[in-house]
Design a protein around this ligand. Structure first.
Ligand SMILES: O=c1[nH]c(=O)c2[nH]c(=O)[nH]c2[nH]1
Length: 329
């Protein structure tokens, strides 16, 4: 049974009390070797990314099941309807073996569908994942440097994320409540060419204005497709979105992180017409200046900032890009 997508009229399966009730498993680590490669990625100017071999297709998955049938396990200790969370883990791992897709988004949809099919008392599923990326290592001999098809480095940060919430409908199908893709944990430093000034000065202000600060940001970016099936044919990769973030950071002399993420968002929506929305969570980790005069002309010495850290949250829709383009005319 394929996941049936109904954007608006998903039937709510909430009990009378509208109570919170779910259970599940976190950190289900899946390592599938030789999955289908991710291909046919449209190139964009801001990134060299063209696909993933998926020789190692790996994920850290979190799944939560919902359903009225589970109430008696809470209220009466009756486990007769309980799918052990250990079995959920096995279910996910076994299905990773039969998975024919190339992306986490497809995998989350695939296992959600199999859960609904197998256990008729599940009313809702919330599943999310962080992809673990393994990149081909360089190996070399007299003939030169090439990448190994056998040995991989695990990337520690800047990983793709995806989440999918679905509900069983009255027609015994299931509908998507929400789905989101993203990239998490970009750490980007621009050594010069960022300012921060013009903010309110009052009796609480101690921060000096700066025309040139070493701006270090932590950034999570998420996006939603206009048509929630579009990821199958017009996949937006984390690598390309991260490439856009880097390029805009390089290009702009930003007056604030707020302004920087706004322009990154506009570029993402411009590059990917298949997206309805892009959103950001950023964190300010601007280095603290310690030594102003060094042996090199422009050199300085910095250290990590101390807490507390500032943050920003912002989302842009396609109408924001339209409004921006009209204002530029
Ligand atoms: O980019 C910034 N935005 C702020 O709102 C802010 N506030 C602050 O103290 N430093 C910064 N930097």
């Amino acid at each position: 049974m394929e996941t049936k997508i109904k954007k608006t009229e998903a039937v709510k399966h909430q009990n009378d009390q509208n109570r919170t009730m779910y259970y599940g498993k976190g950190d289900v680590f899946v390592y599938r070797t030789y999955a289908s490669p991710l291909k046919n990625i449209q190139p964009i100017p801001e990134s060299s990314f063209t696909g993933r071999s998926n020789i190692i297709f790996a994920m850290d998955i979190q799944i939560a099941l919902k359903g009225e049938a589970f109430f008696s396990s809470f209220s009466e200790g009756d486990n007769s309807k309980v799918i052990a969370t250990d079995s959920m883990k096995n279910f996910i791992l076994r299905h990773a073996g039969s998975f024919e897709g190339a992306t986490m988004e497809e995998f989350l949809e695939y296992i959600s569908g199999r859960f609904y099919e197998t256990y008729s008392h599940i009313d809702g599923i919330v599943v999310s994942a962080v992809q673990k990326l393994f990149t081909e290592t360089d190996i070399g001999d007299e003939t030169g440097i090439r990448s190994s098809p056998l040995v991989f480095d695990e990337k520690e940060r800047e990983l793709p994320v995806a989440s999918l919430e679905t509900e069983r409908t009255e027609e015994n199908e299931h509908a998507i409540v929400s789905r989101q893709s993203g990239v998490k944990d970009l750490h980007l430093i621009k050594v010069k060419g960022s300012s921060f000034q013009g903010y309110i000065k009052d009796e609480y202000t101690t921060l000096p204005e700066t025309t040139d600060r070493p701006l270090f940001i932590y950034l999570d970016i998420n996006w939603i497709y206009e048509d929630s099936r579009d990821y199958l044919k017009n996949y937006v990769s984390s690598e390309q979105v991260a490439g856009i973030a880097r390029t805009l950071f390089h290009e702009l002399n930003s007056p604030s992180i707020q302004s920087l993420i706004y322009y990154i968002g506009l570029r993402v929506l411009e590059r990917f017409p298949q997206l309805a929305e892009v959103s950001f969570e950023s964190n300010n980790r601007t280095w603290e200046l310690i030594v102003e005069e060094t042996s090199s002309n422009e050199g300085r010495v910095f250290t990590d900032p101390r807490p507390p850290f500032g943050f920003q949250g912002f989302s842009l829709r396609r109408s924001d890009l339209k409004a921006y383009n009209q204002s530029e005319k």
